[in-house]
Design a binder for this molecule. Sequence first.
Ligand code: DON
Length: 325
Amino acid sequence: LITKAFRSQFVIPDFQDFIKDIEEMYWSAKSNTDGKVASYIPQLARASSESWGVSICTIDGQRFSIGDVNVPFTLQSCSKPLTYAMALETLGPDVVHKYVGTEPSGRNFNELVLDYNMKPHNPMINAGAILVCSLLKSLDKPEMTLAEKFDYVMSFFSRLAGNEVLGFNNAVFLSEREAADRNYALGFYMREHKCYPEKTNLRECMDFYFQCCSMEANCDIMSIMAATLANGGICPITDEKVLRPDSVRNVLSLMHSCGMYDYSGQFAFKVGLPAKSGVSGAMLIVVPNVMGICTWSPPLDPLGNSCRGLQFCDELIARFNFHKY
Ligand code: DON
């Protein structure tokens, strides 16, 4: 890092100028009062609609954070690209995609629907993510107990995040599990259609899915994860090779086409970057070969994406040529 700094070889050489733009965009989105905080469980409903944070980590480890960047939030659906990445890494894409497709569903993230092969459409919607959890549980180190598996996944996520320690919100986990009629319906519907690997214990698999949704991080930490994805799988903070380049390519391709709920097509058109949002108001945004970004603000639009996060992305693309095309 220091050698690069002396040679001015950073991917964003004028980082101080860049930060000024980010700060302006931050303050402009701060005054946006659109959207509603998710209310399907009380723990999420209590989140402040004022909270707003943005963190950036470049592929050479330059970092900037502004706002509520140290406040923990649950990963929710932002865990989906991470569990998918882990499954690709440990099982390989051929095994994973025997069970889950790569097509946008064109439907809500929790709809009771499978594709024409009777597989979940993709790993970024609930059905697909539940299935990925079953693969992680039943095919990769099947001898592990659920407790061991939890630690194993936590430490994998932490390696993506430069060894920062993630948290776990037990109240959210318990609530998610109580308020999960639709997810159980999806779970049983997939069992009816023999979607899972043999020996899958559905109850354990559902718990594992709720646990992944209930892991906690903050903007700062999540921006490092996004930067690892931007950097071909090498964490820019630790230089550890966490993911193979082909796993990263697959994750980013599906974040690009399926990461923003039923707004994914419009987001791909307008913003042109791989991203994933979650109901806690977080968004992971990847600018490949440049940087990872995490935004967090709980008020969501009707499709479930963070209003301030979307505004930030629109402004990012208006100011910089990060759109892929
Ligand atoms: O499964 C659920 O309903 C939530 N815990 C996950 C929510 C989420 O962020 C929506 N995802 N696609």
